[in-house]
Design a protein around this ligand. Structure first.
Ligand SMILES: Nc1nc2c(ncn2[C@@H]2O[C@H](COP(=O)(O)OP(=O)(O)OP(=O)(O)O)[C@@H](O)[C@H]2O)c(=O)[nH]1
Ligand SMILES: [Mg+2]
Length: 485
């Protein structure tokens, strides 16, 4: 039975009945939305919420296609200490004339959408309307990198970081920090100045390693300090403690160990407990085209993020604590965001490239305990497609309004004119060929940033105009569809 089959009085009776369902009985699904900076988190959440709350074209989102969603609305989110995701502000920016993309955000935020729906099960339906809270949590993918520190003590972390720095590729950039460490005596007196100078040299090494695309040891906040910039929580560094030697109270090693433990206790664990361990479903957005264009460093960053999300699901994982605490997550979606940047003829290749990145991140370990899916999507589609012909060859193009300042073939766009862009062919997946070949091929792919689409306020029927997207409905179906059954 579709929603349209229900008569108005039946609907209002059902709605009335639903009001008796007290809030604490309402099930909740926590949806984590993450990805590296600029990967499309804010736009994804804004579009997802807009499509639920105002209605959208969602033919592949089962509960909506079956007409079982009665309404969806924003409700106060339960965690008072987490800033609310400023949905209305982002909507306003996207609704400007001409429309703009929302500003970059660097902190965690959260939003609760409540969905009232009719169950598929006639028995459940006879009890009235069902409700589901969807708590959406937006957090930086860079924070995931620290989860690996949780079950690593200072001694092991320091030994690992120093061993990595001896690696041929790392040695040169690690030299200033290693030279400083060589002068330090871990058993000597705790020396604040040595710790401070050393932590700065160590942070400089981590940053250099990252921009060169090498694996870094972390911690993540040395790279992205956020509100911890200059904090004493970041004045530590790895100094190897000789095997078998105990750490003497009052020594330099004891001070560094204490600070390392504080970092874990005050930075890593609150993130882990407060956010990561409470997530049921996770979407990781990847700006695959920019990563390919960005070369080794950008690709290594993406791989690290994917690996951090997959770490708890690796079979035989050494990180038992992480595995134990994360088993709530039962579905993970890796999504190549902004797929409207290329013609749909390239989407399968985009997905194949993402699959390769995820496969490498999984490090050939088998993954168990979570359903993993990959797809190319666009939360808010800024282009349409067209075909041009050049020398009798059809060229699949995307048409949109490039942002002011974007350049192509010596031309600089002013943010007003529309342009048809042949983005070039994406390389076929990297399997069977070297990643470097694929990266080189992808450098020929044109990535132009477009203005968001102009969306009319309301259609003549008075209903809000649906937002254009690519596969956002399939993403929603995978992430929450079964919870609305
Ligand atoms: N064409 C297109 N561009 C998009 C889409 N989603 C995001 N973008 C572009 O990507 C940029 C970054 O998107 P955001 O949603 O702000 O990314 P974010 O991950 O929240 O970024 P930070 O807050 O800086 O971490 C936007 O300003 C747009 O230019 C999309 O679906 N289509
Ligand atoms: Mg953001």
């Amino acid at each position: 039975m579709a929603l349209s089959d229900l008569t108005q009085p039946t609907l209002s009776r059902l709605r009335g009945a639903a009001d008796y369902v007290t809030d604490w009985m309402t099930p909740t699904v926590r949806l984590g939305v993450t990805g590296l900076a600029r990967s499309g988190k804010t736009v994804f959440i804004t579009a997802l919420v807009r499509n639920l709350v105002e209605g959208g074209r969602l033919p592949f989102f089962g509960p909506a296609a079956e007409g079982r969603i009665l309404r969806a609305y924003l409700t106060p989110q339960p965690d008072d200490d987490v800033p609310r995701f400023p949905y209305e502000e982002h909507l306003a920016v996207l609704g400007r004339d001409p429309p703009d993309w929302p500003e970059s955000t660097s902190r965690v935020s959260q939003l609760r959408v409540t969905v009232e729906y009719l169950s598929r099960s006639l028995l459940k339906r006879s009890f009235g309307i069902d409700r589901l809270h969807i708590d959406i949590v937006d957090y930086p993918g860079e924070w995931l990198l620290d989860l690996g520190l949780i079950d690593l003590d200072y001694r092991d972390w320091a030994a690992g970081a120093c061993a990595l720095a001896q690696d041929a590729r790392h040695r040169a950039i690690a030299a200033p920090w290693l030279a400083h460490v060589a002068k330090l005596d871990p058993d000597g007196p705790a020396d604040e100045q040595a710790a401070r100078a050393g932590s700065q040299l160590f942070a400089a090494y981590l940053r250099a390693a990252r921009s060169a695309g090498f694996d870094g040891a972390g911690p993540g906040r040395f790279l992205m300090p956020g509100d911890l910039d200059g904090s004493p929580l970041l004045t530590f560094l790895p100094v190897p403690v000789p095997e078998g030697a105990s750490i003497r109270r009052g020594s330099l090693a004891a001070m560094l160990e204490r600070r390392y433990d504080s970092y874990k206790e005050h930075v890593v664990m609150p993130f882990f407990r407060g956010y990561f361990s409470r997530i049921d479903r996770q979407i990781v957005l990847v700006d695959a085209l920019s990563a390919l264009n960005g070369g080794d460093a950008a690709l290594a960053d993406v791989r690290r993020t994917l690996a951090a999300v997959l770490a708890p699901f690796k079979v035989g994982t050494a990180n038992w604590f992480l595995a134990l605490m994360t088993r709530r997550i039962d579905r993970i979606l890796f999504a190549a965001a902004k797929s409207d940047h290329v013609h749909h003829a390239s989407h399968a290749r985009l997905e194949a490239l993402l699959a390769d990145m995820a496969h490498e991140a999984a490090d050939r370990a088998s993954i168990a305990g979570a359903d993993i899916k990959l797809m190319a999507l666009s939360a808010l589609r800024a282009t349409r497609e067209a075909e041009m012909t050049r020398a009798n060859e059809p060229l699949p193009c995307v048409v949109g309004t490039p942002l002011p300042g974007e350049q192509m073939a010596g031309r600089t766009f002013d943010g007003r004119e529309t342009a048809a862009i042949f983005t070039g062919d994406l390389p076929a997946g990297t399997s069977g060929r070297s990643q470097a070949t694929a990266v080189a091929a992808a450098r020929d792919v044109m990535v132009i940033r477009f203005r968001p689409p102009r969306i009319s306020a309301a259609e003549s029927s008075g209903a809000a105009a649906p937002w254009p997207h690519i596969r956002l409905d399939r993403a929603l179906d995978f992430l929450v569809g079964d919870r609305l059954a």
